[in-house]
Design a protein around this ligand. Structure first.
Ligand SMILES: [Zn+2]
Length: 65
């Protein structure tokens, strides 16, 4: 697992879950939470996109007939 370097004091952070630097206390600015929330919301997004596509094709079918 690669270590994370603090952008403020350049110290390596070995704690993978740490959001604050152990040395200077600054936020590490990780997008980890964002990425994991994105991962979790991905099936939802796909479901929404599929629903919209189905609705759109329905509308197109209705408009054509
Ligand atoms: Zn730091």
């Amino acid at each position: 697992m690669p270590e994370y370097i603090c952008p403020h004091c350049k110290n390596p952070i070995f704690d993978d879950e740490a959001l604050l630097c152990l040395y200077c206390g600054e936020s590490l600015g990780r997008s980890k939470g964002f990425i994991s929330s994105l991962k979790y919301s991905k099936p939802k997004v796909i479901a929404v996109v599929v629903t919209i596509l189905i609705l759109l094709s329905f509308i197109i079918l209705i408009m054509r007939s």
